[in-house]
Design a protein around this ligand. Structure first.
Ligand code: AMP
Ligand code: GLY
Length: 424
C-alpha cells in the first residue's frame, strides 16, 4: 500500500517514517515534504502546494495512493478532507466542520460549554470597547487570544492590564486578518501543561501516550514562545488517574458533542491541557491534528502499525483495535537556527546526521531542504532529534548523544529538555 502525507515539518517526516515501519506500506509520497523525506528510503517528495487540493487528488488517484494523511491544521481548516473524500480517497484528518475545534477558539469554547468540559472561564468579543470593559472588570493576570489560526502568535498571557489592553488592541488592529475578527478573553490557569493526543473514528476515541512539550525558546522555559523546542512521552505528569479523567471528562464528551452537532470527526483530537495544582485536567485548547514536536516523541513508541490505526479511524473500526505501545520513553530535542523564533538565516549545510543516526537516535527533519548531495537548513526549527530509552533519563541522554554529532552554523537547542520531569 502507498500513502501520501501532506505537509513539510518534523511532524510530517515522523508520520512518513512511522508509516514506513509498517510491513504493509511500500512507499510514501510527501507533499511538499522536506530534506528528510527527500532522503528517507522508499519516500519521495512531490513539489506541489498543500493548498492545491485538485492537484493532490489527481496525483493520489492516478498513482493509486490508498491512504492520505494530512499533517497541518491549515489545509484541514480549508476543507482538504471534504474535497479529497468527495473524490473517493481515504483521508486521515477531520472534515472542515470538525477542524473548527482548532480554527476558531470561540467555537471550541462554545463546544466545551455544551459538552461540560472543564476549561478556563471565558468571554468572546467582536469589538474592542466591550473587550476592554471586560478586562477592567476582570483584572490581570488574564489571557487574550485571537479567535482564528495565527501560527501560534495569537495568544498573550498578560500579567498586567496594560499588556492585556495592548493585546486586545493588537487583535482588532487587523494584524491577524480574519483570525482577529473576534477575541477570546479567558481566565489565567496555573499548573503543568500536557498534550494528550487521541485518535478517533467519530465514535470510539483512544488516547496516545501523554506528552509534554517545551514551548519557550530559552532554558528554564524563558523567552518568547516557539512552535515547540522539545517533547517527551509518556510524561509521568499525566498519571493513569488523570488520564482516566481526561478520557471521561474531555475526550468522550468532545466526540459525543461533535456527533450531536452532526460532525463526523475522524482523525486526531489533540487536547492541550493544564493539570492544575489539585491534579484536575482543564483544557487550554484543542487541535485537530498531530502536535509538533510531540509526534516525534509519541509515534516512535507506537507498536501498532500506524496505517492500521489510521484506516481503523477512517473506516469506523477503532472499537476493535487496541493500541499497543513499546516499553520505555522517548524524548525529542529540537535544533533551531540562530534567531528563531525571530528572523533567522537559511542555507547552512547540515552535517553529522548519519553519525547521529548511528548512535541510535532518530533524526527527524523540520525546516530542511535537499541541495545537490547535501541537506541545508531551510526554516526556524531545523531538526528534531529523538532519543529512546528504558527510562526518561536514558531517552533524554540519548537524544543529546545524537545531537552532539550534528553540526551547522549557528545551531541552537535547549539543553534542559525534560527538566520538569527529572526534577519531580
Ligand atoms: P493556545 O494556543 O491556546 O494553546 O495558547 C498558547 C499557550 O498560551 C499555551 O500553551 C499556554 O502556555 C498559554 N495559555 C493559553 N491559555 C491559557 C490560560 N487560560 N491560562 C494560562 N496559560 C494559557
Ligand atoms: N507543540 C504544540 C503544537 O503542536 O501545537
Amino acid at each position: 500500500m502507498k500513502a501520501l502525507v501532506v505537509g513539510n515539518g518534523g511532524r510530517e517526516h515522523t508520520l512518513a517514517w512511522s508509516l514506513l515501519q509498517s510491513p504493509r506500506i511500500t512507499e510514501v509520497v510527501c507533499v511538499p515534504g522536506n530534506g528528510g523525506t527527500a532522503t528517507l528510503p522508499r519516500c519521495r517528495n512531490l513539489a506541489m502546494n498543500a493548498d492545491d487540493f485538485e492537484g493532490i487528488a489527481r496525483f493520489a488517484l492516478v498513482n493509486n495512493l490508498e491512504l492520505v494523511v494530512i499533517g497541518p491544521e491549515q489545509p484541514l481548516a480549508d476543507g482538504i478532507t471534504d474535497y479529497l473524500q468527495r473524490q473517493g480517497l481515504k483521508v486521515f484528518g477531520p472534515v472542515q466542520a470538525g477542524a473548527q475545534i482548532e480554527a476558531s477558539k470561540a467555537w471550541a469554547k462554545a463546544l466545551m460549554a455544551e459538552a461540560g468540559i472543564p476549561t478556563a472561564r471565558a468571554a468572546v468579543f467582536t469589538d474592542a470597547a466591550a473587550a476592554l470593559a471586560y478586562l477592567d472588570r476582570e483584572g490581570a493576570p488574564i489571557v487574550v487570544k485571537a479567535d482564528g489560526l495565527a501560527a501560534g502568535k495569537g495568544v498573550t498571557v498578560a500579567q498586567t492590564l496594560e499588556e492585556a489592553t495592548q493585546a486586545v488592541n493588537e487583535v482588532f488592529s487587523g494584524r491577524f486578518g480574519e483570525a482577529g475578527r473576534q477575541v477570546v478573553i479567558e481566565e489565567y490557569m496555573t499548573g503543568q501543561e500536557a498534550s494528550v493526543l487521541a485518535v478517533t473514528d467519530g465514535q470510539t476515541i483512544r488516547p496516545l501516550v501523554p506528552a509534554q512539550d517545551h514551548k519557550a525558546i530559552g532554558e528554564g522555559d524563558t523567552g518568547p514562545n516557539t512552535g515547540g523546542m522539545g517533547a517527551y512521552a509518556p510524561t509521568p505528569v499525566v498519571t493513569p488517574a488523570i488520564m482516566a479523567r481526561v478520557q471521561q471528562e474531555v475526550l468522550e464528551p468532545a466526540i459525543a458533542t461533535l456527533r450531536r452537532q452532526g460532525i463526523d470527526y475522524r482523525g486526531v483530537l489533540y487536547a492541550g491541557l493544564m493539570i492544575t495544582p489539585k491534579g484536575e485536567p482543564k483544557v487550554v485548547e484543542f487541535n485537530c491534528r498531530f502536535g509538533d514536536p510531540e509526534t516525534q516523541a509519541v509515534l516512535p513508541l507506537l507498536e501498532t502499525p500506524l496505517d492500521d490505526v489510521m484506516l481503523a479511524c477512517i473506516e469506523g473500526r477503532l472499537d476493535s483495535l487496541e493500541l499497543q505501545w513499546k516499553p520505555g520513553a522517548a524524548a525529542c530535542v529540537v535544533v533551531a537556527a540562530e534567531g528563531y523564533p525571530g528572523s533567522y538565516p537559511k542555507g547552512m549545510e547540515i552535517s553529522g546526521v548519519a553519525e547521529a543516526t548511528d548512535t541510535g537516535a532518530l533524526v527527524f527533519h523540520a525546516g530542511t531542504r535537499r541541495k545537490g548531495s547535501s541537506v541545508v537548513a531551510d526554516g526556524g526549527r531545523v531538526l528534531g532529534v529523538t532519543g529512546l530509552g528504558d527510562t526518561f533519563e536514558a531517552a533524554i541522554a540519548n537524544a543529546y548523544t545524537g545531537i552532539d554529532k550534528i553540526r551547522f552554523e549557528g545551531m541552537v537547542y535547549r539543553r534542559d529538555i525534560g527538566y520538569r520531569v527529572k526534577a519531580s
